[in-house]
Design a binder for this molecule. Structure first.
Ligand code: UD1
Ligand code: PEP
Length: 430
């Protein structure tokens, strides 16, 4: 088994460079399926979710060429509309974007239900409602979501989302790009990655207006041709390192960010006594004094992101006083709390509300990452804790953080990857 071993208690000092956004990349790569030409995609994060989604595109016949560490050329001119393989699709949530993209390009799609972090249910009824409104028939047969346009093409229409859904907004946008006429998404999600996907599609020849507001208008076009596009920096990766600096103390310059995207996180850290200085494309996070309690509720953008909820919980565990954390997006995103308790955290959970009693210090312990951000939160807790923390199931963390060990070591953290002898032996045997 591969673990992270962290000897905590060291304030972080130095600089960290943020990679491209996971949640934009895993939608932009499937969006390339709509393009009849070469898309050069830059600032791609090196994470396992990206590798997987690129592999799925290759299985569908896309030509994927690595240009350099963060750039790929994706040519989907000659793709087939095959079934998306189960074993790949079920490993990630973002495989659901293949439904919108293939349906938009070919008028039909066969994609297994998605995977991703387990927060209770992760329904896709709003995605399906959108496809159906545009003239598709959708059912589940033989373990596949089967979607087919009744006519030759999908037809634009007005779609009112029952709740703000990032995934459904982007999936409908993908399906509508090559549809006939105008699609209007009302009550659309406004996340930075929604805007990024719209900008990517527009740069390839789409006609999308209003991304970043709650009404998005997509005028269908005949064809998308190639181009080049650079993915935005990862808001959540940046927020995670901001939380790490807040929890450990010290001073960290976090580079290659869009400070506007971080304001929801910055505001909460400042309430907790952390100093955040905004620069053009960087933030400096400093903490010298004690952390103070606050309340946090996760909400769709520009609210506090649910993908930062476990990481901010790690900081609140060390804040003086009682903090109330409310999860406003998912039913069950507190599965990590038992692992925090192993480190001495005092947290009570009742439904969507967690009450956190700050403690003077956490202590290192063997813990397990149950999902991506829960794993990142354990890293933060381990960095701040006294003693040694061993985190297993780190494959969850590697779905979404490029080079986390190198980046943290670069700011003075004592964190190592340890492969247990059993695994080493297996690797030698081949
Ligand atoms: C609003 C929000 O913060 N969404 C996050 C969510 O997006 P993701 O796309 O996974 O989730 P959604 O935004 O779609 O879900 C938001 C809420 O809507 C509900 N829902 C969603 C779709 C649907 O068809 N039916 C339905 O009921 C969900 O149960 C959830 O309560 O995880 C992504 C990856 O971690 C993040 O990048 C997104 O920022
Ligand atoms: C939950 C996340 O990812 P996914 O939806 O891909 O599981 C995340 O990015 O925080």
């Amino acid at each position: 088994m591969t673990k992270y071993v962290i000897r905590g208690g060291k304030p972080l000092h130095g600089e960290i460079e943020i990679s491209g956004a996971k949640n934009a990349a895993v939608a932009i790569i499937p969006a390339a399926l709509l393009v009849d030409g070469v898309c050069r995609i830059e600032n791609i994060p090196q994470i396992s979710d990206v590798t997987l989604i690129l592999t799925i595109l290759q299985e569908l016949g896309a030509d994927v060429r690595t240009v350099n560490r963060t750039t790929v050329d994706v040519d989907c001119s000659h793709i087939r509309n095959g079934k998306v393989p189960h074993e790949l699709a079920r490993k990630i949530r973002a495989s659901y974007y293949l439904i919108g993209a293939l349906l938009g390009r070919f008028g039909s799609a066969q994609v297994p239900p998605p995977g991703g972090c387990d927060f209770g249910g992760r329904p896709i009824d709003q995605h399906i409602k959108g496809f159906v409104a545009m003239g598709a028939e959708v059912d589940v047969r033989g373990g596949y979501i089967q979607a087919r346009a009744k006519g030759d093409k999908l037809v634009g229409t007005q779609i009112y989302m029952d709740m703000v859904s990032v995934g459904a907004t982007m999936n409908i946008m993908l399906a509508a790009t090559l549809a006939e006429g105008m699609t209007i998404i009302e009550n659309a999600a406004k996340e930075p990655h929604v805007v990024d996907v719209a900008n990517f599609l527009n740069s390839m020849g789409a006609d999308i207006m209003g991304a970043g507001t709650d009404v998005i208008k997509i005028k269908g076009v005949e064809r998308l041709t190639g181009g080049s596009y650079s993915i935005i920096p990862d808001q959540i990766e940046a927020g995670t390192y901001m939380a790490a600096a807040a929890a450990t103390g010290g001073e960290v310059l976090i580079k290659n960010v869009i400070p506007k995207h971080l304001e929801c996180i910055t505001a909460k850290l400042e309430e907790m006594g952390v100093d955040v200085e905004e620069r053009d494309d960087a933030v400096v996070v400093r903490r010298a004094g004690p952390l103070t309690r606050t309340n946090v509720k996760t909400l769709p953008y520009p609210g506090f992101p649910t993908d930062m909820q476990p990481q901010v919980a790690a900081v609140l565990c060390l804040a003086e006083g009682t903090s109330v954390l409310t999860e406003g997006v998912w039913d069950n995103r507190y599965r990590y709390v038992d692992e925090f308790r192993r480190m001495g955290a005092q947290i009570q959970v009742d439904g969507k509300v967690a009450v956190i009693e700050g403690v003077d210090h956490l202590t290192g312990a063997p813990v397990r990452a149950c999902d991506l951000r829960a794993g990142a939160a354990l890293v933060i807790a381990g960095l701040a804790a006294q003693g040694t923390t061993e985190i297993d199931c780190i494959h969850h963390i590697e779905r979404g953080y490029e080079d986390i060990v190198r980046k943290l070591s670069g700011v003075g953290a004592d964190i190592r990857v340890v492969v247990t002898p059993d695994e080493e032996k297996q690797a030698q045997i081949g």
